[in-house]
Design a protein around this ligand. Structure first.
Ligand code: ASP
Ligand code: MG
Length: 404
């Protein structure tokens, strides 16, 4: 008998039929003799709809109230799912994030989990009931309702799996796993059978939208095996596990792309110690997640610094940088939101030189200009014009022979 955490994303519980299908699957899991803790997202596009509504009534949108609003979405799904389970003869009980004991810091709209208590979930399981938990939410140390950032239900699921010592955390979604590229752009993209936590981290960080980045970090740190699979076909999907010698070590595992970032450039920055520190500390204090950073060689003692930020953070990144201009003695702040990032990820890159060269040659052959480059041990990313990114993904997928 295993303990499974099963998380169902928005499309998996998108309407009444889908909710009944999910209830049926949970009932079958129980009949197999496994224990299960369920985590649900808000139905379909509910979170987007609620955000739009907030935008229609308010410019200010106090973050505390935004969180209060958005958490309603997951409440709807959890209650409906428990009702559908009742019809299947499964004794289940719903819990908000707060009731489940998911304690977070106080950073509204992107809170971090600091502790998972889970007592009520353990009690429910003791009583042979299936806990159904609202994803994406918690309660802060100051007792306010918080959310974990978009896609946060994945993080809820992994955090619960870690806290409860689950054997696996199953992430049910509308795709059948993690692919060698986005199948909507590259039809011959392959489903990957097994991916290491490290690779998945870089895939998620560079635009692979299947799993929220934070959830992968959590899974790696707590060694929770993840299984990403479809709630439409119910077939086995992609396992995300610890890297082991038996794993097929492709040089490149996947091509990812990200169109959600924008570029900020601060020009005429004096070239002296402490300037970058001042700028990026100020951005960090405003919780902006800066990605690729490029600083040019200085000419006449001044240089340009460019960096990318999530497009949602562009406006206040520009405010932060703009406000610092006098202090750091820079000339001006420019922005460009017509960029995209294309990346190659693969654990084999550690030991195979030449991957960047082939990547750059491939882009050059397509006359795609590279504007920024960044690398990690197992990833190379290039920022290009947004309009060219799909062509870049297809070209790289072919150049590295990632198809079947
Ligand atoms: N409902 C939230 C969102 O749309 C959380 C999630 O689906 O994981 O971002
Ligand atoms: Mg989601």
């Amino acid at each position: 008998m295993s303990l499974l955490v099963q998380k169902f994303g928005g499309t998996s519980v998108g309407d009444a039929d889908r909710i009944r299908a999910v209830a049926d699957h949970i009932a079958r899991t129980r009949r197999n003799g496994d224990d299960v803790v369920v985590v649900v997202s808000a139905m379909g596009k509910t979170t987007d709809d609620l955000l739009r509504l907030a935008g229609d009534v308010s410019q200010a949108q106090p973050p505390r109230e935004l969180d209060m609003l958005l958490t309603a979405g997951e409440r709807v799904s959890m209650a409906l799912l428990v009702m559908a389970l009742a019809d299947q003869g499964v004794d289940a009980v719903s819990f908000t994030g707060s009731q489940a004991g998911i304690i977070t810091d106080s950073t509204h709209t992107k809170a971090k989990i600091v502790e998972v208590r889970g007592d009520r979930l353990r009690d429910a399981m003791q009583a042979d009931r299936v806990p159904v938990v609202a994803g994406f939410q918690g309660v802060s140390v100051e007792r306010d309702i918080t959310t974990l950032g978009r896609g946060g239900s994945d993080t809820t699921a992994v955090a619960l799996a870690a806290a409860l010592g689950a054997d696996v955390c199953e992430i049910y979604t509308d795709v059948s796993g993690v692919f060698s590229a986005d199948p909507r752009i590259v039809p011959e993209a392959r489903r990957l059978g097994r991916v290491s936590f490290e690779e998945m981290l870089d895939i998620a960080a560079s635009g692979g939208r299947v799993l929220a980045l934070r959830s992968v970090e959590f899974a790696r740190n707590h060694r929770v095996p993840l299984h990403v699979r479809s709630s439409f076909t119910w077939e086995p999907g992609t396992w995300i596990v610890e890297e082991d010698a038996a794993m097929e070590q492709a040089v490149v595992t996947a091509v990812t792309h990200d169109t959600s970032e924008a570029k900020v450039t601060v020009t005429g920055v004096p070239d002296r110690p402490g300037i970058a520190a001042t700028l990026f500390r100020a951005l960090a204090d405003r919780h902006v997640n800066v990605d690729t950073i490029v600083q040019n060689v200085s000419a006449h003692g001044a240089t340009d610094i460019s960096f990318t930020v999530p497009r949602d953070d562009l406006a206040h990144s520009l405010d932060v940088a703009g406000a610092l201009l006098p202090e750091i003695g820079a000339a001006e702040v420019q922005s460009d939101d017509d960029i995209a990032k294309v990346s190659l990820v693969g654990a084999g890159m550690r030991t195979h030189p030449g991957v960047s060269a082939t990547m750059f040659e491939t882009l050059a052959a397509h006359d795609i200009n590279i504007e920024m480059i960044s690398t990690s041990a197992i990833r190379i990313s290039c920022v290009v014009r947004a309009g060219r990114v799909e062509e870049a993904v297809r070209a790289l997928h072919q150049a590295f022979e990632l198809g079947p």
